[in-house]
Design a protein around this ligand. Structure first.
Ligand code: FPP
Length: 239
């Protein structure tokens, strides 16, 4: 367990730079995604060691469907293979796997693998690993507006009762606390439609390292940077 006092409960990560990592080595972009799975393993280990309770990974955005078909289907295969191969180790480590996003567009084999890993890891109590799959904040917020409008139209709730609590409860992330720290690797400084509502007060950290080079030490560094930040949530500093 970390010696630091101020540990983020929830770390959300935009895993960026797989393609560039592969291109730098004159390999296909997909090679970077394969290597990226190693960084996911390192992240899980380091998160548990530091006492982080939730990690969300932006694994596939709604915009990623626009990539070449071979890359999309190779990513789908990688998700299936990774979840099948990793399940026993995740169970051993006490990791519960959960998902946010709209899985309905995924091929049925992928959906089945994802359902299976959720069921088989349901009792994990050390870390909740949330995979954002076919996820984007704008589509999540639009879906929430639609759900609330339907409840209002059905007379279950008046428009005046729609407050921040109702909004948060209509999001995919309703069961989880907001992220305390959002990391995006590869030096890019954008949130790219990721957890926009939930990250309102999150600390942001943009290391230069490409995702396939993100190690346990890199995760430790991020936790240390977070511990040194002064979160005020719009208030002034306590004397
Ligand atoms: C972004 O890098 C990465 C992705 C879109 C895919 C991330 C997926 C993995 C690391 C596999 C993880 C597997 C599981 C089971 C969670 P990029 O391709 O946008 O890189 P670039 O910006 O250098 O082109």
């Amino acid at each position: 367990m970390s010696e630091l006092k101020n540990i983020p409960r929830h770390v959300a990560i935009i895993m960026d730079g797989n393609g560039r990592w592969a291109e730098l080595r004159h390999k296909e972009r997909f090679y970077g995604h394969i290597q990226g799975v190693e960084s996911v393993r390192a992240t899980v280990k380091a998160a548990i060691r530091n006492g982080v309770r939730y990690v969300t990974l932006y694994a596939f955005s709604t915009e990623n469907w626009e990539r070449p078909e071979e890359e999309v289907s190779a990513l789908m295969e990688l998700f299936c293979r990774s979840v099948e191969n990793e399940t026993p180790e995740l169970q051993r480590q006490g990791v519960r796997v959960a998902m946010i996003g709209d899985r309905s567009r995924f091929p049925s084999e992928v959906r089945q693998s994802l359902d299976r890993i959720e069921q088989e890891t349901a009792s994990g109590d050390k870390l909740t690993l949330i995979l954002a799959l076919n996820y984007s904040s704008r589509s999540e917020l639009t879906r929430a507006a639609r759900l609330l409008a339907a409840r209002a139209a059905a007379g279950e709730l008046s428009p005046q009762q729609i407050d921040e609590k109702e909004m948060a409860a209509a999001l995919y992330t309703a069961p989880y606390p907001d992220p305390d720290l959002v990391i995006r690797t590869s030096g890019e400084m954008r949130l790219s439609n990721f957890l926009l509502w939930q990250s309102s007060y999150a600390e942001l950290y943009f290391p230069e390292v490409l995702w396939p080079d993100f190690t346990e030490e890199e995760f430790d560094r991020a936790v240390k940077v977070y511990a040194g930040r002064d979160r005020r949530f719009g208030r002034i500093k306590k004397k």
